[in-house]
Design a protein around this ligand. Structure first.
Ligand SMILES: NC(=O)c1ccc[n+]([C@@H]2O[C@H](COP(=O)([O-])OP(=O)(O)OC[C@H]3O[C@@H](n4cnc5c(N)ncnc54)[C@H](OP(=O)(O)O)[C@@H]3O)[C@@H](O)[C@H]2O)c1
Length: 316
């Protein structure tokens, strides 16, 4: 059983380059998925979040795997209604997971939702728009993350869904600790090449979410990915994931299906070695052939500063 190789974060902590995603994994399924991923498939990195509502079961899966805690890299994320209460929210995630530290803690979205609103996760205004605290200084949340890092409750801190503008204007000028990662939507149809170069220039490791196209894994049908997969005798999923691994991007495929969990890690590691420079160039160019799309678009009604971010409001 091959273990995922690791890369070094800017504070020296090693992160396995392939992690198991857990968004939309049902609680009863995620226990088995996490146990299987660690025990049978060689995963050593689990990507969680308080907002996924399944941290207790993820923790149970980790314990059932029998692999020592120190060998597993666990990430969780601070939800948007808790930007004013980092340590309280972190303590809840730790209690849910049954852990006494996290390897990585991320600001899930650079948006503060009203903590006293009409819903614990997605408060809305009477007109149905999201109830966003528009003048919240993100730097205060970052300072609170630096404090839990200093206390040893987490080994690294980072951001998610933070654009270059957010990093440049709201975090980096005030940060004592540079974010270790930025977890963003990254895949064949949303490769964000320019932003990846920016992150790497700052020493921030990019993490790819929705690498297969999110719910239903729509990118597996892409003709370029399929052709390259056929050429190398691997699965399209292996090409999509191996392409990211070959480029030093941490990738987070989600599955609750044991065969896919195993095939994704084994295929990605094999494909990362087989893909040629020409294959990588072809895959890099797919989005620009009119296929670019952003799949995850919560209707915050706020301009997050990404090139293709829709600002429009929608009601829930
Ligand atoms: N920070 C953020 O805001 C954010 C946002 C989105 C996601 N994420 C993280 O990134 C992870 C991955 O993203 P995602 O869940 O959106 O999507 P994804 O990993 O791109 O795709 C998941 C879908 O692909 C299916 N699948 C997985 N492997 C497959 C295979 N080999 N063949 C066919 N289908 C396959 C899964 O089905 P089954 O499970 O039924 O097998 C599921 O429907 C999340 O779980 C989460 O941890 C973070």
């Amino acid at each position: 059983m091959a273990l995922s190789p690791t890369i070094k974060l800017n504070n020296g902590v090693e992160i396995p380059i392939i992690g198991l995603g857990t968004w939309q994994s049902k609680p009863e399924e995620v226990i088995i998925a996490v146990e299987y991923a660690i025990k049978e498939a060689g995963y050593r990195h689990i990507d969680c979040a308080w907002a996924y509502g399944n941290e207790k079961e993820v923790g149970e899966g980790i314990r059932r795997s029998g692999v020592p805690r120190s060998e597993i890299f666990v990430t969780s994320k601070l939800w948007a209604t808790r930007l004013n209460d980092v340590e309280g929210a972190l303590d809840e995630s730790l209690a849910n997971l049954g852990l006494d530290y996290l390897d990585l803690y991320l600001i899930h979205w650079p948006i503060h939702l009203n903590p006293k609103g009409n819903h614990p996760n997605f408060p809305t205004l009477p007109n149905g728009h999201r109830d966003v605290v528009r003048d919240w200084p993100l730097r205060d949340t970052w300072a609170q993350l630096e404090a839990v890092l200093a206390k040893g409750k987490v080994r690294a801190i980072g951001v998610s869904n933070a654009s270059e503008r957010i990093l440049e204007e709201e975090i980096l000028p005030y940060a004592k600790v540079v974010p270790a990662v930025d977890q963003i939507e990254l895949h064949l149809y949303n490769p964000q090449h320019k932003f990846i170069r920016y992150l790497k220039s700052k020493g921030i490791v990019p993490q790819a979410y929705s690498p297969l196209g999110s719910t239903g894994a729509s990118l597996l049908q892409d003709e370029v990915a399929v052709a390259i997969a056929e050429k190398h005798g691997v699965a399209p999923a292996a090409v999509l994931l191996g392409w990211q691994v070959a480029k030093g991007i941490v990738t987070l495929p989600k599955s609750v299906t044991p065969e896919r969990i195993k095939a994704n890690i084994e295929g990605a590691l094999a494909a990362a070695k087989k893909l040629t420079a020409e294959d990588i160039e072809k895959l890099d160019g797919v989005a620009a052939t009119g296929k670019e799309v952003r799949l995850i678009q919560p209707p915050w009604g706020v301009d997050l500063g990404f090139d293709n971010w829709p600002v429009k409001y929608q009601t829930l």
